[in-house]
Write a protein that binds this ligand. Structure first.
Ligand SMILES: Cc1ncc(C[n+]2csc(CCOP(=O)(O)OP(=O)(O)O)c2C)c(N)n1
Ligand SMILES: [Mg+2]
Length: 515
């Protein structure tokens, strides 16, 4: 057995059985070994940003890593933005980067580059397997590191000779799975004391604390103490909808976030960082914690946030059935023109039970969250790291992780164009993804930011850099060219029909919504 085969077997034994891949010559033995280890599903993606975004979406939904396969430094670099988003989401990813054979490096062949530096920007764990006999053990370590908790991008570099040479060891059994550490009772007591003070308080929830079980406990705490429930602006995977306690997300715009936090004297972080402004603006605050507010940390990443919230609820004497659940309410099916409001209502009226919503709708998607608050229970995946171009790949990975669940991808037009190739992988793999392209023909948010940062009003040259016309993008033609059926809708009735058809039919569809 060569190193590549020992790698694939080790990954599969550790529960990593999907590999999103864009291979090159140095990865050929890995590719060849896929036929020896059929339990590993290889999914070809036509750009590395699709590979890495799909691995992120898979990990957020499956709670275990997918593998990537990337081609040396340039392939890794192409995938970097979505690895950055995965790092922010604390998604487990086993990031495999092929490299030249160890002895070839000193010749400085054209594809030679500083892989360690590129990987360093996003990796919580990094190793290069110097010998074929090391590969399996390194792979088992990579899976354990990726899983954490907290999850991270674990980058394993696979030199071509480590891949093709005979392994002295064969596959390696999985490492014991790490457990989240228990939050000390003292910490819980200290937070309970702050919440009992009678001063205005809020729980600030992120990471694992926005999953349903943790939200149930958080809601008990809120009901017992009057504390507000606030969520991170961009959660990795927020469970929401009818029957789940609702959490208000902190607004993207700093002044709106400041209004939400105004008067809060105790801010309790639960698997979240203290809130900061997304960008700096001249003359405005970066730190959004209000003056006079004490920040308490109930659970850090890697700690058992759900368990800590339950312990807190117990210490506070909150009744077990004290959570407040979102009621089942849907907007009426909208009629008339398509607008950001009728788009939101159409999604709210049709979203099926168990759906996964991938939200890269940006400015046009603003109202969808409100319109789906009482829709049947669903997951909401967002742009954790602010690096656009994740939506279509993330939807691809989510659909591979949960083939029985419909995936809705709300995708702004500008962001769609970064990684549009994901549609081809969705068609090839027959994934049930309904992509709604929000075609406002603009980098709309940047038009707004131009003013907010205090830059000059923006003349024609500036506007030309923020505008997506001339020529217009035809998303239906683009989708069809990659094997995905598509239609453009001109009114809300057609949008409702298109969404229902998209959810019901297997395989991908794309709906272009001119806004
Ligand atoms: C990787 C990356 N490149 C560039 C940007 C800067 N950026 C932020 S929003 C945006 C345009 C968004 O346009 P679109 O996706 O159409 O959403 P809209 O603002 O129109 O709602 C750009 C280019 C970014 N956030 N990430
Ligand atoms: Mg746009």
């Amino acid at each position: 057995m060569n190193g590549a085969r020992s790698l694939l077997s080790t990954l599969v034994d550790a529960g990593v059985d999907v590999c999103f891949a864009n291979p090159g010559t140095s990865e050929m033995h890995f590719v060849a070994a896929l036929d020896d280890v059929p339990a590993m599903r290889g999914v070809l993606c036509l750009f590395e940003g699709v590979v890495t975004g799909a691995a992120d979406g898979y990990g957020r939904v499956a709670d275990r890593p997918a593998a990537t396969l990337l081609h040396l430094g340039p392939g890794l670099g192409n995938g970097l933005a979505n690895l950055h988003n995965a790092r922010r989401a604390r998604t487990p990813v086993v990031n495999i980067v092929g490299d030249h054979a160890t002895y070839h490096g000193r010749y400085d062949a054209p594809l030679q580059s500083d892989i360690a530096s590129i990987a360093g920007a996003v990796s919580g764990w990094y190793r290069s397997s110097a010998r074929a006999g090391d590969v399996a053990g390194d792979a088992a370590d990579a899976v354990a590191a990726a899983l954490g908790p907290p999850g991270c991008v674990a980058t394993l570099v696979l030199p071509a000779d480590s891949s093709w040479s005979e392994s002295s060891t064969g596959p390696c059994p999985p490492r014991p799975r790490g457990r989240p550490s228990v939050v000390p009772a003292d910490t819980v007591e200290e937070v309970a004391k702050a919440l009992r003070s009678g001063e205005r308080s809020a729980l600030f929830l992120g990471g694992t604390a926005v999953r349903a079980d943790a939200l149930l406990a958080a809601s008990r705490v809120a009901a017992a103490t009057g504390a507000a429930l606030l969520g991170e602006t961009f959660p990795a995977n927020l469970e929401r909808g009818a029957g789940v306690p609702a959490v208000e997300r902190l607004a993207y715009l700093a002044e709106m976030a400041q209004a939400q936090l105004e008067g809060v004297r105790h801010l309790v972080l639960v698997d979240a960082k203290a809130p900061v402004s997304f960008f700096a603006y001249p003359g405005k605050a970066s730190d959004l914690v209000p003056a006079g507010c004490t920040v308490h940390t109930l659970a850090r990443p890697g700690e058992d946030a759900g368990g800590a919230l339950e312990a807190l609820a117990e210490v506070l004497g909150a009744p077990p059935d004290g959570s407040v659940l979102a009621a089942a309410v849907r907007p009426d099916r909208p009629t008339g023109a398509v607008s950001t409001e009728s788009l939101a209502a159409a999604v709210g009226a049709t979203l099926p039970e168990g759906a996964i919503v991938v939200d890269e709708g940006n400015t046009s998607g603003l109202f969808v969250s409100g319109a789906t608050a009482g829709a049947p229970r669903h997951d909401w995946l967002t742009l954790t790291g602010g690096a656009i171009g994740i939506g279509l790949p993330m939807a691809t990975g989510a659909a591979v992780a949960a083939p029985e669940r419909p995936v809705l991808c709300l995708e702004a037009d500008g962001s769609a164009m970064y990684t549009l190739q994901a549609l081809w992988s969705q068609a090839r793999e027959g994934l049930n993804v309904t992509t709604v392209v929000l075609s406002n023909r603009s980098y709309a948010i940047l038009n707004m930011e131009l003013h907010r940062v205090g830059a000059d009003a923006g003349g024609p040259q500036a506007r030309r850099l923020l505008d997506l016309t001339d020529p217009d993008l035809d998303f239906c033609d683009l989708a069809r060219g990659m094997g995905v059926p598509a239609r453009r809708v001109e009114n809300a009735e057609d949008l409702v029909t298109a969404l229902e058809a998209g959810f019901a039919e297997p395989g991908p569809t794309l709906v272009e919504v001119p806004l």
